[in-house]
Write a protein that binds this ligand. Structure first.
Ligand SMILES: [Zn+2]
Ligand SMILES: [Zn+2]
Length: 286
């Protein structure tokens, strides 16, 4: 009888081997491939320009697009702008917006509980990146219901793989054109794989560090914390205690001097007519 038991149905945790392999490859390429390449060849200004550009484009695609626009609806924008954010966020290799936003809504709804996808009460490793190496038995389609009404989100979910591949191989072709095969490999390593590693970890910091270390000036209802220095790496998402309290605010760092490039981008888009209905809570102390 035990040989026919379905482990998933029995509630036994299942490893996600494709994800483990993929992320293992990205970590190896960054920690071993990058210094090895730098020893034998030099990275060019093209490689560094592509790295910085794609770090900002894909990072803001996650924080402004996936997080503040699609998950929390903290502002509205024309469809072509939303499409841009969906492509930029997709290139970060953090899943399609449909799945990312569904998981994130569940994180807010069930924070620190069994259903929280990156439950910080299970420790740093689990909340940082350990959680992605297991198939999640608590994924609930109800968190995707509203997102499935959005044709652009459904479109991005269908074409997620090509979007990821464009993000990874665009640097290869740019490097190839500039400096031949060696240039292509270097640009792919730095602006494709290592850039993905750094953006991924910046998002992971929110789930781990910002639920473990820092102040709780706004609420102690859950483990979320404000860490201003994490905002320096995450386009302003370090004010996570504020964010858990005022989820639909288009700002995470609400004070004018808080380092929050995501709110500055949304504010700028608003000033040039590409974002509107920016939300701020009436009960915010700012
Ligand atoms: Zn959180
Ligand atoms: Zn959120």
């Amino acid at each position: 009888m035990s040989r026919t038991l379905d482990p998933a149905k029995a509630g036994i945790p299942q490893r996600d081997y494709p994800t483990m392999f993929l992320f293992g490859f990205i970590v190896l390429a960054t920690l071993v491939g990058l210094p090895t390449y730098a020893y034998f060849y030099d990275f060019t200004w093209v490689d560094w320009t592509m790295f910085v550009s794609l770090y900002m484009i894909t990072g803001l695609g996650i924080t402004v697009g996936y997080h503040r626009l699609l998950t929390h609806r903290s502002f509205k924008c024309p469809n072509w702008v939303k499409m841009g954010f969906l492509i930029a966020g997709g290139m970060a290799l953090e899943n399609s917006a449909l799945r990312w936003c569904g998981d994130h809504l569940r994180h807010h709804a069930r924070c620190d509980q069994k259903e929280d996808p990156h439950n910080a009460t299970l420790g740093f490793w689990h909340s940082h990146c350990g959680w992605i190496f297991w198939k999640d038995p608590n994924r609930d389609p109800k968190y995707q219901t509203r997102l499935l009404q959005d044709p652009l989100v459904v479109w991005q979910n269908r074409y997620y793989l090509p979007i990821v591949l464009i993000g990874l191989f665009l640097p290869f072709f740019v490097g190839l054109l500039y400096n031949g095969w060696i240039g292509g490999i270097g640009c792919f390593l730095l602006a494709g794989l290592a850039r993905t590693f750094f953006v991924l970890n910046s998002t992971f910091f929110i789930n781990s560090i910002c639920h473990m270390w820092g102040k709780q000036p706004h609420s102690t209802a859950d483990s979320s914390r404000d860490s201003w220095w994490i905002s320096l790496l995450t386009f302003g998402e370090g004010y996570h205690n504020y964010h858990h309290m005022y989820q639909s605010d288009y700002r995470n760092g609400a004070r004018w001097y808080d380092f929050d490039p995501s709110k500055w981008l949304i504010w700028t888009l608003n000033k040039i007519g590409l974002a509107y209905d920016l939300r701020r809570p009436a009960s915010s102390r700012n």
